[in-house]
Structures are given as C-alpha cells and as structure tokens.
Design a binder for this molecule. Structure first.
Ligand code: IPM
Ligand code: MN
Length: 371
C-alpha cells in the first residue's frame, strides 16, 4: 500500500512526538511492504513565526491532497498571555478543521493496568473503563459569530447548530455504538440551551434507525461528575464542540497520563490524527515528552487505512513498553526513558527485535541520568 501523509509538526513538543510516530510507521512500512510518503507543512505558532499566517494556504492544499494528516500539537505561551493578540496559533487548527470539514473528533478513553497507580481514580473505578467520545468539531460556540466592543467592555460568542450538522455526527456515533457495546449517551444542557434541545430532538429522531442501540441523555454537569464517579457506564458519548473539548480532557486523566491518548478527526475530506495533549512548551526540545498519544494516533491512522494487523502490532508495542516500564517522565519521574528511546523501542518491537530478550543494559544507556 502506498499512502501520502501530510505531517504537521506544529508547536512545542509536536515535532518530537511526531518524529517517533513516523519512526514507528516506517517500521510498519518496512515490515509489511507499505510505502508511506510524508509531506511536511506548517501550522500554529511555528507557521506564524515563519510566514505570519497560522495556516498557510499551502498547508490546506497539501492536506486536501493527502490520504491522511498526522499532527503534533499547537500553542505557544506568548499568545496565551496576550488576550488582545489578533493572530493566534489555534486559529490555524480551527481553520484547518473548518476547511477540511473535520466535523467529528473521536477520542477513545481506556485504562492500562500498569498505570493504575497514576490515575486520580481508585483501582475499583478503573476496571472495564472503555468508552469513546464523539465530539462535534466544526460548529457551536467555537465558530459562531464573535463580537467584542471597541473598548473591550463587552464580548459575545454565538452558539449555532443546524440539524444536518447534528445528524451527520450522530449517525457516525450510532454506527460506532453498533460496533461496540451498543450504548449511546448524548451529553447536553437541554434544561437551559436551545441548541441542546435541538441536539436531543435530532438524536431522538435518528434513534429508531439504530434500534439495537440503547440511548440515554445526560446534562453536561452531571456527565462531568459521572466520568469521575462511574466511568465504566459509558460506551459512546456524543456531544457538541465545547462540552466535548472539556469532557475529553477530563476523561483523559482517568488513564493516568494525558500523554497517552490519541484522537482522530474525520469528516468530508482527509482525516487528521493527533494526540490529545497540548504543546507542553516547558518540555519542548528536551526529549522527555510522552510520544504514546502520537504513536496511538498513528495506530488509529493505520486502522483508517484498514491496515488492522499493522495497527494491532503498534498497539501491542505500546502496551509492551508500558508494562515493561519503558515509559517517559510523566509516568515515572525517576526511572524514565527519553521520548526518542520509546519510539525506537516500539519500532524495534514492530520488527520483532525485542520479544523476549530485552537488552536492558543497552537501553539503560539511553535512560535519563537523573537517578
Ligand atoms: C483540542 C484543543 C483545541 C480545541 C484548541 C487548541 C483550539 O484544546 O483539540 O481539544 O479547543 O479544540
Ligand atoms: Mn481541548
């Protein structure tokens, strides 16, 4: 198989973690005889620095013509602390989502027994946690009309949803539920918001087409609580843009580290794969960031290409690294390995070079020297 992948390293730790995914993808390519071609393009603070534009037209062009997009991270503190900045890195990502109509952001949440001690939840609550969030990504308050008074005395953000916007992601979420445990939870604020009442109405209308799926409804404040109190109750969670943004960050810490979780954004054109973590500027360039979220995003990309065996090997490589203690600093602050070592180990795993005889002595050399 020959695939053209647009690579957007982005900001902060983006380039480092993405490089490890590419290493793993190349190992997959060599082992299975696939050719992955990469075209690098700019977005975010990196693009602003180099071109003045957070999303150059050339990036949109390359992405539209690619088979998939692998993206690192976006954001830089110099913009976060300046609320009046007119050009912001995040505008690049929002414009890319809109330009490619990436209307569904899919964020799986599951747990790893080896990391139970890092989770803020108790072990008992972590058993059988396995759900996926379907977050609407191109509508709602993120994209409604924005206003700010000239003297900054008032501002507003409009939240708008149309029926077709809700329908298209609802169908994807119902189909996903059919392939899983057949339960769909719509999260909204229908006791207050008109847009939420529309979401409920549309989902209720569609539900009979998926009669094998059990549907329930939760207000977002209650959902935020249920994610902590009883996360195993969820199978597919469907929600609008901003609720999904907040709840998926909340849900991500259940697994023990924000650095582990991948995501896929799908829509009308090319799909995009990215870890859910941010640009983590404090760690940039230090080779300490966790590449797992990015590598698992690459696994989701392989699944999207229908390379299921290949994706399964990447996933078992990640599980192997975690259960053998080959982890980055966010997971073990004392005995940690470098970002690049984890990528190298998982690529070696793909090549069957690590199975039984892990040569710890060699690996130790690439370990942190802190201890
Ligand atoms: C995410 C991020 C983005 C969002 C930011 C960077 C614009 O937090 O992908 O969840 O809010 O959607
Ligand atoms: Mn977010």
């Amino acid at each position: 198989m020959n695939k053209n992948i647009a690579v957007i390293n982005g900001d902060g730790i983006g380039p480092e973690v993405t490089a490890q995914s590419i290493r793993v993808l190349n190992a997959i390519g060599e082992k299975f005889g696939h050719q992955f071609n990469y075209t690098y393009c700019l977005m975010g603070a990196d693009a602003i620095d180099k071109t003045g534009n957070p999303l150059p037209d050339e990036t949109i062009e390359v992405c539209l013509n690619a088979d998939a997009i692998l993206f690192g991270a976006i954001g830089h503190p110099k913009y976060d602390n300046d609320p009046t900045a007119k050009v912001r890195p995040e505008q690049g990502l929002l414009k890319l989502r809109k330009s490619l109509q990436l209307f569904a952001n899919i964020r799986p949440v599951n747990t790893y027994p080896a990391l139970e001690h890092l989770s803020p939840l108790k072990a008992k609550q972590l058993e059988n946690v396995d759900f996926v969030i379907y977050r609407e990504l191109t509508g709602g308050i993120y994209f409604g009309e924005k206003k700010v008074a000239d003297d900054y005395s008032e501002a507003s953000d409009l939240c708008v949803y149309s029926k077709p916007e809700i329908e298209r992601i609802a169908h994807l979420a119902f189909k996903a539920a059919q392939q899983r445990r057949k339960k769909l939870t719509l999260v909204d604020k229908a006791n207050v918001l008109e847009t939420s009442r529309l979401w409920r109405k549309v989902v209720q209308e569609i539900a009979p087409q998926y009669s094998d799926v059990q549907v329930d409804f939760l207000f977002v404040d209650n959902a935020a609580m249920q994610i902590i109190v009883n996360p195993k109750q969820f199978d597919v969670m469907l929600t609008e843009n901003m609720f999904g943004d907040i709840l998926s960050d909340e849900a991500s810490v259940i697994s023990g580290s924000l650095g582990l979780l991948p995501s896929a954004s799908v829509g009308a054109a090319t799909a995009l794969f990215e870890p859910i973590h941010g640009s983590y500027p404090q760690a940039a360039g230090k080779d300490i960031a966790n590449p797992t979220g990015s590598i698992l995003s690459a696994a989701m990309m392989l699944e999207y290409f229908n390379l299921l065996e290949e994706a399964a090997i990447v996933r078992s490589g990640v599980a192997w690294a975690l259960s053998n203690g080959f982890v980055t600093k966010d997971i073990d602050g004392v005995n940690y390995y470098f970002t690049s070592t984890i990528g190298e180990l998982i690529a070696d795993y793909v090549h069957n070079r690590v199975n039984t005889e892990v040569n710890r002595n060699n690996i130790e050399l690439r370990k942190s020297t802190i201890i």
